[in-house]
Design a protein around this ligand. Sequence first.
Ligand SMILES: COc1nc(N)nc2c1ncn2[C@H]1C[C@H](O)[C@@H](COP(=O)(O)OP(=O)(O)OP(=O)(O)O)O1
Length: 192
Amino acid sequence: MIPPGIEGNLKHVLSGGIGSEWMPFEKKKDFTNAFIIHNGRILLGFKKRGFGKDKYNGFGGKVEEGETSLQAAVRELEEEAGITAPLEHAGTLLFLSEGIDVAFEIEIYRAEEYTGTVAETDEMRPEWFHLPSNTSSGPADWSSIPFDQMWDTDRYWLPYLVSKTKFAGRADFRQEGDVWTLHKWWFGVTDV
Ligand SMILES: COc1nc(N)nc2c1ncn2[C@H]1C[C@H](O)[C@@H](COP(=O)(O)OP(=O)(O)OP(=O)(O)O)O1
């Protein structure tokens, strides 16, 4: 069953975790996350400060008042990586943590072209990583992607982002100090 807080005509692809109950939340807060996929590589940023410090991620942040999610995604990409790109919506992720009554709704974007020069900023150190090549022989090799230094759920949806398959999912975490443990998750793709 599609978990509370996510919507759409979704086909279940994977889920897991402990218990049957999803964490309750009172309201949602909007965030963005943008990825550039170019010449067989993906651009990730190593977060130098703030939320998600010391993890690789896409480029993004809070949607400010008066902005659309797409406008925020374009702004955050420029602020954090120094580039602009024709971003397209790729998926939606709902992220919760025990003890926080606000759910993070993260709209995820992708682009295959960009303008400007990728540059390190106060917040992010950008780095390109090789994607699996498009061959039909054997399973795709994702070993170049630093999943061990990313949010635990990124490995579940990144292949859909790369293959341009729209996805949505929810991930509930538990937090002890700086350690976030994945508690329960569900991912689906748009049934086309
Ligand atoms: C599982 O949860 C998450 N996975 C991934 N991949 N990314 C996530 C998750 N939860 C949050 N994020 C992303 C969403 C945003 O891109 C950043 C957080 O934004 P930040 O706090 O850096 O927002 P800013 O507006 O840039 O904040 P400051 O200006 O105060 O630095 O993490």
